[in-house]
Each structure stands twice: as structure tokens, then as C-alpha cells.
Design a protein around this ligand. Sequence first.
Ligand SMILES: [Cu+2]
Length: 98
Amino acid sequence: MWIGTAAHAEVPVFTLEIRDHLFYPSLLVIPAGTKVKLIVLNRDTTPEEFESYELNREKVIMGGAKATIFIGPLAPGDYPFFGEFNPKTAQGLIRAED
Ligand SMILES: [Cu+2]
């Protein structure tokens, strides 16, 4: 164990919730240049798929379940995502900032 070294640094954790086929928050600001752990909680009873072409991620989250998605390190900018099963309503944006 090398506690305290960069290799053991905590990955920042951010949480997204799905409720009524919407993402909360719909805008998530994360640090640029850092790997981030995204926890997605699906509060609906129906499955949803977190999908982002820009982030190259897609993951099905069953109703009432939770998913963990690692993203980054990202260049500064905006990275849209959506719920593939409810794309008209479930829209969001991850903004990576320095
Ligand atoms: Cu998909």
C-alpha cells in the first residue's frame, strides 16, 4: 500500500438521477483533465439507457437500479448525453471545465 500517492488518489464522484424520464441535473459540470466516476441512479420503474456519442458510452440501467460509468479525462467542452429509451425528454450535458 502506498497510501497518499497519486496512484491512490480518489476519483471525484458525481451523481445523476433519472426521474420521470428526465436527468437531474441536466447540466453536470466536472473538472477537465480528470477521470471522473459517474453514478447514475434510475428512480423510475422502467429501464433507461444512458447514451453519449461524444463520451463513447452507453449503459442500460434497470428501473430502481444504479450504474457506475467512468468518464474522462476530458478536454474542456460540452458532451451531450441522452436516455435512449426516452430521447425526447431525457437530455443532458456534461461540461468539462478547467
Ligand atoms: Cu444505445
